[in-house]
Structures are given as C-alpha cells and as structure tokens.
Design a protein around this ligand. Structure first.
Ligand code: DX5
Ligand code: ZN
Length: 217
C-alpha cells in the first residue's frame, strides 16, 4: 500500500529555507506539505506566493498545498501557476465544493478536500468521487506542533471503508501531531500520507526521522 511522508514547510527555518528544501529533496519524503493560512479561516497567517515561488524553483518533489483560507476558489489558477501539484481546500470554507474540486482538476492539479476535527467523514460521501485526496485534520488547523486528536484514528478507518466501498483510489492524508507514537496506527488504519512538521524539523536528524516514520511497523 502507498506510504508517503509529507514534511510540512511551516516548521522549516525560513532563514535557511533553501537548506531545508534541499534536505527534503535528498530524503525519502515524496511530498512537500505547504500550509497557506489567511488569518480568517484560521487564527494565524503563514505565507503565500513568495514562498511558493521559492519552492517552485528549488523543490524536486510534489508540492502538496493545503489552503486554510476562505473562498479558496478565488486562487485556484494562481496556485496552479505557482507550481502546486495538489491543491486542498477545506469543506468548511467551500460553499460550492463540487465545482471547486472540478476546477482544480481542470487546471491540472490533484484535488484535495480537508476536514476539521469536528467534521464527520460521512459528510464526504457524495463528494468522494471528485476528490483525489482527503486530508483529515488531526489537530485544529492554524499551528504546527499541536497534540494529535485520537478520534482521527476511528475517522481514518471509517473513511477508508467508504473509499473502498465506492471502489475509489482516493488518498487519505493525516495532518497534525503525527509522530512515531501514532504513525504505525495511522498507516494500519488505512492512511496513505502522513504530514509531519514538528516531528521532522525538530529531530536531530530529520532525514532519518522521515525514514523511521515511513518504515514504522
Ligand atoms: C496545521 C497544519 C499542519 C501543520 C502540521 O494547521 O495544517 O500541516 O503544519 O504540523 P505538526 O506536524 O507539527 O502538527
Ligand atoms: Zn496542513
């Protein structure tokens, strides 16, 4: 089964961003997770197009962009041009999610839908076909380094059943508080992609941490 580690650039050292990008380029991670926050949908502001441009120039792997912004449909084209390979919008921020996901695909990107910890996976049943990936938030979005919400494990299993029942290939991504303590349980529950910010970037050897997360039991 697919296993992907997606280090979150939010936890990188922006004073030496190129160094951190190269570290991921040379690691076993397949994706860069890129958290864009607008200070409205979430109580924090992260970064936007200048950082996307730096990534586009130097990163050699999939750019997995997670939009924590209101009205994400306004920026689909801009992120396509900025080099996003995957573009994920929140169900809680998208009034016309079906249209938005289709537009993301039309612009050549993989379409993702993210759900907050309070949102049940059952709300996804009529939209799964339009999504290439579902991002289950395992913390309340806005900040790196938060504690993993255990309920996510049950949500992962449920979502996996829904996807299998519909015979789809939708990827399940888990975002927030991922560590060596829960990585194995999450993969075994049916997750394909684990985002890891703090766990990777605060490790004394980030590249070996990526390998350890990938090869947990
Ligand atoms: C939270 C972000 C996450 C975050 C993960 O709002 O969406 O991607 O960077 O960071 P950790 O792994 O430190 O919880
Ligand atoms: Zn994220």
């Amino acid at each position: 089964m697919t296993r992907i580690i997606a280090p979150s650039i939010l936890s990188a050292d922006f004073g030496k961003l190129n160094h951190d990008i190269d570290m991921i380029n040379d690691s076993k991670a397949e994706w860069f997770h890129v958290d864009v926050m607008d200070g409205v949908f979430v109580p924090n502001i992260s970064f936007g197009f200048p950082v996307m441009n730096a990534l586009k120039k130097r990163a050699k792997k999939t750019l997995d962009v997670h939009l924590m912004i209101v009205e994400p449909e306004r920026y689909i084209n801009a992120f396509a041009e900025a080099g996003a390979n995957n573009l994920t919008v929140h169900i809680e921020a998208s009034t016309h999610l079906h249209r938005t996901l289709n537009e993301i695909r039309k612009q050549g990107m993989k379409a993702g839908v993210a759900i907050n910890p309070h949102t049940p996976v059952s709300l996804l049943s009529d939209i799964l076909q339009e999504a290439d990936l579902v991002c289950l938030m395992s913390v309340n979005p806005g900040f790196g380094g938060q504690k993993f919400i255990e309920k996510t494990i049950e949500k992962t299993q449920k979502l996996r059943e829904m996807i299998d029942k519909q015979n789809l290939n939708t990827l399940i991504e888990i975002d927030g508080g991922v560590s060596l303590d829960n990585a194995s349980t999450l993969f075994n529950a049916g997750a394909h992609v684990l985002v890891a910010g703090n766990t990777v970037f605060s490790a004394s050897d980030p590249q070996s941490m990526i390998e350890r997360l990938l090869h947990v039991g």
